[in-house]
Design a protein around this ligand. Structure first.
Ligand code: NAG
Ligand code: NAG
Ligand code: NAG
Ligand code: NAG
Ligand code: NAG
Ligand code: NAG
Ligand code: NAG
Ligand code: NAG
Length: 550
């Protein structure tokens, strides 16, 4: 009886202590370590750092888990490649000022492995973002080490997937081997600058999946992104430092959502459903076989709605007919008739995933074709309002036909291969968001004027080659919708809703070119705007409805 009471008193004392020094529970100091099964919990209780096992394994790991979710959810693992074999593990700050996981024999299984000049004042703190940071109490604000810089398989809000071109340093996700083995699997996800930055999933050192270039709102090779971009994905580039990062933030703070690169190289979105008491999962990339890099080889095109999924682009035939018809498409396709350079033309392919490794130029819509035609090594081009012109030389690889979304890809063919159905009429491209409300204001935004102006100022401020320019333009801040609207409203003509409706035949689907981050894009004849002298000079327009609720 007396024993129970004193036990109670001790517990009460401990609670008092924790209440008074509540923030102490989210840190590890040189004098305060944690032993299996202890844990530290972030201030708001969102995450915990501690010891855990996985379903069918007796191995023990130290990692970060969601703390308030009843299903064990691991988002980061320290000793992923060297599990503890028993319950004698300890996580402490070692004498060299590093966070270390040690086993019962004081053998170091994992260490943060940084040089620390003031180990006595070092603190490791778990934040509510899920980031574990190591810093010196007296050095203001500079972290020695962060778990966000050394991700496992999870991508949390505010975490940055980054690449520094100068130092070659990358922060990338790395898949687990299997759901019950967190050691490094075959797949990683990183941000690749290329000529236009995009994210890439690697299968060891082989390109496995590419998202397609970033256009300021979405990756144009991920059709599912049309709906999620509103959740706040940003690709930010610093043209001075030549560093890029990709991150996301959720405007709805009650959403619990993160991304996992699973052991098969798929990126899964996990969203917690309180009602069901489980994670609701959605596949974000790698929806089907066509998404696997180079599925149909060079000059092949993949269409997941067709059987077989691979075919050769028009004007091409299988390099090896036997292999091709046997379902081995890796050999790709070759031209049936050689290009003549002067007399070639372009074939438009709609709703496409653009091929890998484009060259880039800020030339506007109308200029892409001229530019490509003039250079005999240019075999294709595409245009995206947020990117500019993309050109390809050499092989076209990883071309995919989407059921919707994507961009128009123009491939160069000798005139003999081209149908007569080639309309050479000048077009205006109008993007609009489906008008949900009647009587809404419409802004017609001439992106060309803006881009020309923008480009001018960028070139003035910094003389770099194209890439520098591209970087600046991909900054999330630069191309945010609001900023575009504000800047452009003054210098642009306004079109009445009625006019646009007439010009697009009431937004008829046959007038629709595709869909981008702004919404559907319509093709319109310049004649439709003949009442306006300036319209005929414009190559394309952007139209957006205020109060868009899609
Ligand atoms: C654990 O093993 C059981 C039975 O072998 C299996 O059904 C389950 O999927 C396994 N769990 C994990 C996470 O691998
Ligand atoms: C950390 O733990 C190991 C193993 O128990 C111990 O040898 C070492 O002294 C500890 N380090 C500190 C700074 O307490
Ligand atoms: C620590 O870092 C050094 C150099 O950065 C590396 O050679 C060493 O293998 C690392 N040690 C561990 C335990 O990761
Ligand atoms: C760290 O603490 C130890 C023991 O308290 C002391 O001997 C040593 O001088 C201190 N080192 C520094 C750099 O303050
Ligand atoms: C990783 O790749 C290797 C070699 O391709 C393969 O043997 C192994 O099964 C793969 N591992 C997983 C978990 O897929
Ligand atoms: C925020 O997310 C919660 C949970 O999914 C949802 O119930 C709520 O409607 C969302 N709020 C807004 C403003 O979207
Ligand atoms: C497919 O064809 C390529 C040559 O084009 C060959 O190297 C490869 O081994 C073939 N793959 C299979 C599975 O037959
Ligand atoms: C044609 O394109 C290639 C590849 O981008 C480039 O190296 C070459 O300089 C271009 N030629 C001309 C005349 O612009």
């Amino acid at each position: 009886m007396g024993k129970t009471n004193s036990g109670f008193v001790v517990v009460a004392l401990i609670s008092c202590f924790y209440l008074k020094f509540g923030s102490g529970t989210n840190i590890i100091t040189p004098s305060k370590s944690i032993k299996d099964p202890e844990a530290i919990i972030s201030e708001g209780g969102v995450f915990r750092l501690g010891f855990f096992s996985l379903a069918n394994s007796s191995n023990r790991y130290v990692g970060i888990l969601y703390n308030q979710i009843p299903v064990q959810t691991v988002v980061w693992v320290a000793n992923r490649n060297k599990p503890l074999k028993d319950f004698s593990g300890i996580l402490n700050l070692s004498s060299d000022g590093n966070l270390a996981v040690l086993n019962g024999e004081s053998e170091i299984l994992w260490s943060s492995n940084v040089t620390n000049s003031a180990p006595n004042t070092t603190i490791a703190q778990l934040l509510d973002s899920g980031n574990l940071v190591l810093y010196n109490g007296d050095s203001n604000g500079v972290n020695l080490w962060e778990s966000f810089q050394h991700p496992s398989n999870s991508f949390l809000q505010t975490m940055k997937i980054s690449t520094d071109v100068k130092t070659g340093q990358k922060v990338e996700m790395r898949s687990w081997k299997s759901p019950d083995d967190p050691s490094e699997g075959n797949f990683s996800l990183s941000l690749e600058p290329f000529n236009v930055p995009e994210c890439v999933v690697w299968n060891n050192d082989q390109l496995y999946f590419r998202t397609g270039p970033w256009n300021g709102h979405i990756f144009i090779g991920v059709i599912t992104m049309n709906s999620v971009y509103l959740n706040g994905f940003y690709l930010v580039a610093d043209s001075e430092e030549k560093s890029y990062y990709f991150t996301f933030g959720l405007s709805n703070t009650s959403l619990v959502l993160y991304y996992e690169l699973d052991p098969q190289g798929k990126l899964i979105e996990h969203q917690w459903d309180d009602g069901k008491g489980e994670w609701v999962n959605a596949l974000s990339i790698l929806l089907n076989d066509c998404d696997i890099y180079g599925k149909c080889g060079e000059f092949g095109v993949c269409d997941s709605t067709k059987r077989p999924i691979c075919s050769c682009l028009k004007g091409f035939e299988p390099r090896n007919v036997e292999e091709w018809s046997g379902g081995n498409w890796s050999g790709g396709c070759v031209r049936t008739t050689l290009l003549q350079c002067q007399n070639d033309g372009f074939l438009r392919l709609e709703t496409m995933k653009v091929p890998a490794f484009p060259d880039w130029s800020p030339v506007t819509y109308g200029g892409c074709e001229d530019r490509c035609m003039k250079n005999c090594s240019c075999v294709a081009y595409a245009y995206d309002a947020g990117i500019g012109c993309m050109f390809w030389n050499g092989d076209l690889i990883d071309v995919q036909k989407f059921p919707y979304g994507g961009v128009d890809l123009y491939i160069r063919l000798p005139s003999s291969e081209l149908d007569q159905e080639k309309h050479k009429s000048k077009v205006i491209v109008i993007a609009t968001v489906i008008p949900g409300v009647v009587g809404i204001t419409i802004f017609a935004l001439c992106l060309r004027c803006w881009m020309a102006k923008k480009r001018g100022s960028k070139q003035n401020s910094k003389q770099t080659h194209n890439k520098g320019n591209a970087q600046a333009r991909f900054s999330g801040k630069d191309v945010g919708e609001n900023s575009i609207q504000v800047k452009l409203q003054q210098q642009l003509p306004l079109f009445e809703f009625k006019e646009l409706a007439t010009a697009t035949n009431n937004f008829h689907h046959t007038k629709k070119l595709g869909e981008g981050g702004f919404g559907p894009v319509y093709r319109v004849n310049t004649v439709a705007f003949s009442s306006r002298s300036m319209a005929s000079q414009m190559t394309f327009l952007f139209v957006e409805c205020a109060g868009n609720t899609r």
